[in-house]
Design a protein around this ligand. Sequence first.
Ligand SMILES: CC(C)(COP(=O)(O)OP(=O)(O)OC[C@H]1O[C@@H](n2cnc3c(N)ncnc32)[C@H](O)[C@@H]1OP(=O)(O)O)[C@@H](O)C(=O)NCCC(=O)NCCS
Length: 168
Amino acid sequence: MATDTAPTNTEVHVERATTRDGEGIAALINFWAAQGQMLPRTLGETYENLRDFFVVRQDGRVIGCAALHITWSDLAELKSLAVEESTQSRGIGAALVRACVEEGRALGLDRLFALTYRPGFFERLDWEQADVMNLPRKVWNECYRCPKFPGCDEIAMILDLKPADAAS
Ligand SMILES: CC(C)(COP(=O)(O)OP(=O)(O)OC[C@H]1O[C@@H](n2cnc3c(N)ncnc32)[C@H](O)[C@@H]1OP(=O)(O)O)[C@@H](O)C(=O)NCCC(=O)NCCS
């Protein structure tokens, strides 16, 4: 699907996930979840939401994943963004975000949001910090599963997809 070129000229191929990627996606997410970096996912949840996912593979193995989950008519969450530890800083994370943004535009969404501990990573991709209280309450429907609930310390990031002349 989307092809992105990292600064090292290494091509990053982002593709839609298939059922063969389910275990790899869940393993990658749960590796980072065990370190408190993101919410864990069961294998069942991963398959139920598989059509949200993009992946980057290396020799058939999932080394990066991200999901775009529609929340409302104008809004979607970029979630479950994870890149294998040994393949970080090669532009894979950025390529996955761009694939989600591309899909968000194709779907006609106005805004994307993400909850993250890595605001700097998103800011480099033109996302902006937002007041979490300005997000619709529906975005909190997964929070009760978080080990940190209700003491959320993630930062809300927003990307406006509307063209400037339509943003009135
Ligand atoms: C956040 C995360 C997805 C980024 O993935 P990544 O593949 O390393 O992302 P990129 O390579 O696109 O960019 C990462 C960094 O490498 C740098 N970089 C990107 N391409 C590079 C290249 N070719 N050479 C050198 N540096 C590069 C970027 O400037 C960026 O800097 P930063 O770490 O200061 O933000 C990854 O660190 C991760 O999986 N973290 C754990 C889970 C997590 O926090 N997920 C986010 C939840 S929303």
